[in-house]
Design a protein around this ligand. Structure first.
Ligand code: LMR
Length: 339
């Protein structure tokens, strides 16, 4: 039998950098790694698909030594207990929305909730992928968490049993919000009554009439089955919804360095793929919605948008007082940077 040709030097060096090639023969095989990834949305959403892609990449690159178990749809933990579960070591990975970190002591993340702050995802990414985004992730240290990256869902729209185009339309409605002071303030500024509810309870609360409306990106609106309950979806695009993928310090520090690298790399690639598909995903969701019987889509014209933006100014003032004007100014500067 002919021996295989020698590897070009460049490839041989690259292989030496891989943990299983560099390990001395006598060394015990690297131990398996279990990653339980809990989240609250459906598998067929940007977060759900990113989690599945991360699993595929991490398991393939580790040749099955890393096992990723995904628990979608609040199956294991919901908004109220997922962060605690992470700190207690009951799960290893979460991707809560940025809106949910104010409640655990990092209100600066609520800057992403400010209505009408971002025009598009490119602006958001200039913030999340730059020094501000990195600095915010480091603040999770205080909560014994490690922030591994940001993932976009997209822009939120308002739904109810009537179109919501101007502040007058919001008056008197009870609207579900995530546990974010900015989001509660936004609904109050528009004349509605905010009701903080875990994501997993929103559908039932709408069905029971506990709340009469909500704000959601299209993917969540569709996959949570809100269409039969909310006849009018107004394409307000008024706010951004994105996530921080987090793990616990305890889990992360106990991993061998090559495993940390492998997981971080798989996650970065899964997020990257998700971001490249973001616009298509949004377009497809809109197409699906247009064809759903019973849902009426409404657009918002420039004067209506301006009236909504003016009405929410108190939310900006409150954010500046409570969290700081410096952060908001830094975000404005980052947004305006040319890519
Ligand atoms: C919500 O609670 O509305 C969202 O954060 C759910 C999600 O994870 O997309």
């Amino acid at each position: 039998m002919r021996s295989p040709p020698p590897l070009p030097r460049r490839h041989a060096l690259a292989l030496l950098a891989l943990p299983w090639c560099a390990a001395p023969r006598a060394q015990a095989p690297a131990s398996p790694v279990l990653v339980r990834f809990s989240h609250v949305v459906a598998p067929d959403t940007p977060k759900g698909r990113m989690a599945l892609r991360f699993k595929a990449l991490a398991e393939a690159r580790s040749r099955g030594r890393v096992l990723v178990q995904i628990y979608p749809d609040s199956q294991l933990y919901g908004d109220d207990d997922e962060m605690e579960a992470l700190q207690l070591g009951a799960v290893e990975l979460l991707a809560p929305s940025l809106s949910k970190f104010g409640n655990v002591g990092v209100p600066a993340f609520e800057v992403f909730d400010l209505p009408f702050l971002f025009d598009d995802l490119a602006q958001v990414r200039r913030v999340t992928q730059g020094p501000i985004g990195q600095e915010l992730l480091l603040r999770l240290d205080r909560q014994q968490m490690v922030g591994l990256g940001y993932l976009d869902n997209g822009f939120k729209h308002m739904s109810a049993g009537r179109p919501l185009r101007t502040p007058a339309d919001f008056r008197g409605l009870r609207l579900r919000v995530q546990a974010s002071r900015v989001l509660s303030g936004q609904m109050r500024a528009l004349g509605a009554q905010p009701v903080v509810l875990p994501f997993g309870e929103t559908q039932r609360a709408l069905a029971a009439g506990v709340v009469q409306g909500a704000e959601n990106p299209l993917s969540n609106f569709l996959t949570q089955g809100l269409a039969p309950l909310q006849r009018d979806l107004t394409l307000t695009r008024h706010g951004y919804l994105g996530y921080a993928v987090v793990t616990s310090q305890r889990f992360w520090r106990r991993l061998a360095a090559p495993d940390r690298e492998l997981l971080a790399g798989a996650l970065a690639d899964a997020i990257d793929e998700s971001h490249r598909q973001a616009e298509d995903t949004e377009r497809q969701a809109l197409e699906t919605l247009r064809q759903l019987p019973g849902v009426r889509l409404h657009s918002v014209d420039a004067p209506q948008r301006a009236a909504l933006r003016a009405a929410v100014q108190p939310v900006y003032d409150d954010f500046e007082r409570r969290v700081g004007a410096d952060l908001l100014r830094a975000v404005e500067r980052a947004k305006a940077q040319t890519p």
